[in-house]
Design a protein around this ligand. Structure first.
Ligand SMILES: [Zn+2]
Length: 52
């Protein structure tokens, strides 16, 4: 389940598996799917992550 957080008025989506934060819900979902299936992170996905 992708978590939604709001920080300074901006909405972010957090992958529960790896704790990466994304602005786009789509990418957060992709990340979580990948993490759950592969038990590793996809560099093509996590490059979209934002720093907390
Ligand atoms: Zn992830």
């Amino acid at each position: 389940m992708v978590n939604k957080i709001i920080k300074l008025g901006t909405e972010y989506h957090v992958c529960e598996a790896c704790d990466m934060t994304y602005k786009e819900e789509e990418i957060a979902k992709k990340c979580e799917d990948w993490c759950n299936k592969n038990h590793s992170c996809n560099i093509e996905i996590i490059k979209h992550a934002v720093k907390k």
